[in-house]
Design a protein around this ligand. Structure first.
Ligand SMILES: [Cu+2]
Length: 141
């Protein structure tokens, strides 16, 4: 085989690898792995289980349906105090709850949209927990 042919084979392989990488990137993006869609329980409520720790919520992107009651169960890990705030009263979201080791929060979203949720705590003059990454999004569809 000539050098030119070998070169062409190498180029074709490289192109194939690049195409595969691009395709797999697109597949992963479509999966949206951090997003969590609430399931409806026997009482007709959308139930969510979340963990809060320093300094994150898991999952940090929650998808719920508009007009259906939500039960948000939050487990807090560790001894550092945290809360959860979703502040949009016009949309039925007027939540500011200090978190114990296990906290249940009930609300019914009235408007579709994406609403930030975050921890409002901070220690003295240090950065707020929100600034340290303790935030997420409630998506109402
Ligand atoms: Cu916090």
């Amino acid at each position: 085989m000539s050098d030119a042919n070998m070169e062409e084979i190498r180029m074709n392989r490289l192109i194939a690898v690049i195409v595969l990488l691009l395709l797999s990137g697109r597949l992963f993006a479509a999966e949206d792995s951090d997003s969590y869609t609430a399931t409806v329980n026997a009482q007709g409520e959308q139930e969510i289980f979340m963990e809060a720790e320093s300094y994150s919520y898991t999952p940090d992107r929650i998808v719920v349906r508009v007009g259906v009651p939500v039960v948000l169960n939050v487990k807090k890990k560790g001894i550092i105090p945290h809360d959860i705030i979703i502040d949009d009263p016009a949309s039925g979201l007027d939540i500011k709850e200090s978190l114990s080791s296990s906290t249940v929060i009930r609300f019914t979203p009235r408007e579709k949209g994406e609403f930030p949720l975050y921890c409002g705590k901070s220690l003295l003059f240090f950065k707020t927990h929100r600034e340290k990454g303790m935030h997420g999004v409630l998506v109402v569809k």
